[in-house]
Design a protein around this ligand. Structure first.
Ligand code: 5RP
Length: 300
């Protein structure tokens, strides 16, 4: 029971100090529910407003992708250097230590393998299981122009409705089919549709020409996928250009875990995303970390 004897009588109501009413750090996110903002704050760094997501969900349609054959060996050591991990619930439960407390972006769509029509996805997780796993966001593939375009959009809008019910943001992932153009016009179309239909943030590919028009016309944050493995300096240049042209971060997979020195590469990418370092400066960081410690080498 509280002590009734020495209750402090003087009160300070700070009458001359107006209560702060600061806007949320992410574009287009001010009116979101508290729980969604709280989860987004476990994905995006609250100082820089940006994120370095490590994407390792490729197995959900590709099987054991190069670099992801043994996630316990090659990926778990990278976790301290990522802001967020994007993965499937199977890998999360089987391989990721529950002591990892940064945001998990859960792959929430799936169905077809690489052997079939990829756009024919379904929602692949129950919202209750996502809550049980304490995830920070749900990721869903959206195939604008794909054979099952409407179905994939419907997957996203249903996840947005379920996520809104429980305060879980949805990442709309714009998937580029093999016959689709990878240009700014397409990316503007795909990212804008995801945002209009309720995605809290959108993942897309970087395009060399006009990427700033993609970020300008999307009212929510955009993160870029890394795409196929590039030489490290080229991947750093791509990350730099995307950030300077308005991206709020990267969701990189192969350019990290297929690098000769994944931890060094992840740290170099962080320098670009959170500290606005140039690609050349970040590449120096990569090289010095790579040569300084043999443990930065990708385990064989
Ligand atoms: C699969 C995905 C991947 O997470 C995405 O492709 C990121 O990985 P990478 O940088 O290797 O492209 O969304 O559909």
């Amino acid at each position: 029971m509280a002590d009734k004897e020495s209750i402090k009588e003087t009160h300070n109501y700070y009458l001359n100090t107006p209560m702060k009413n600061e806007p949320f750090m992410l574009r287009g996110s001010n009116s979101l529910e508290w729980g969604i903002k709280n989860r987004l704050s476990n994905i995006f760094n609250t100082d820089s407003g940006r994120t370095v997501m490590l994407a390792i969900d490729h197995g959900y349609f590709l099987g054991p992708t190069a670099g992801l054959e043994r996630i316990d060996v090659t990926i778990v050591p990278l976790l301290p250097y990522a802001d967020t991990l994007m993965c499937t619930r199977g890998i999360l439960r089987s391989t990721i230590p529950p002591t990892f407390t940064k945001g998990i972006v859960l792959r929430a769509s799936g169905g077809p393998s690489i052997l079939k029509e990829l756009s024919n996805e379904e929602i692949a997780v129950d919202i209750e299981d996502a809550i049980r796993l304490n995830v920070a966001a749900l990721a869903v593939q959206v195939y604008i122009g794909g054979e099952y375009e409407t179905k994939s959009i419907h997957n996203m809008t249903r996840l947005v409705d379920m996520g809104n019910r429980y305060g879980i943001p949805v990442l709309g992932v714009t998937a580029v089919g093999k016959d689709m153009a990878r240009d700014a016009k397409y990316m503007r179309l795909a990212t804008r549709i995801c945002a209009e239909l309720g995605a809290s943030y959108v993942k897309t590919y970087y395009v060399d020409e006009g990427f700033e028009t993609v970020t300008a016309s999307c009212p929510v944050p955009i993160v870029i996928a890394g795409g196929k493995k590039l030489p490290e300096l080229d991947a750093l240049k791509m990350a730099y250009n995307a950030i300077q042209q308005g991206a709020a971060g990267v969701d990189m997979g192969r350019n990290i875990f297929q690098s000769e020195a994944p931890i060094a590469m992840l740290q170099a990418v962080r320098k670009i995303v959170h500290e606005n370092m140039t690609p050349e400066e970040a590449y120096e960081v990569y090289q010095s970390l790579k040569t300084s410690k043999s443990k930065h080498q990708n385990p064989k």
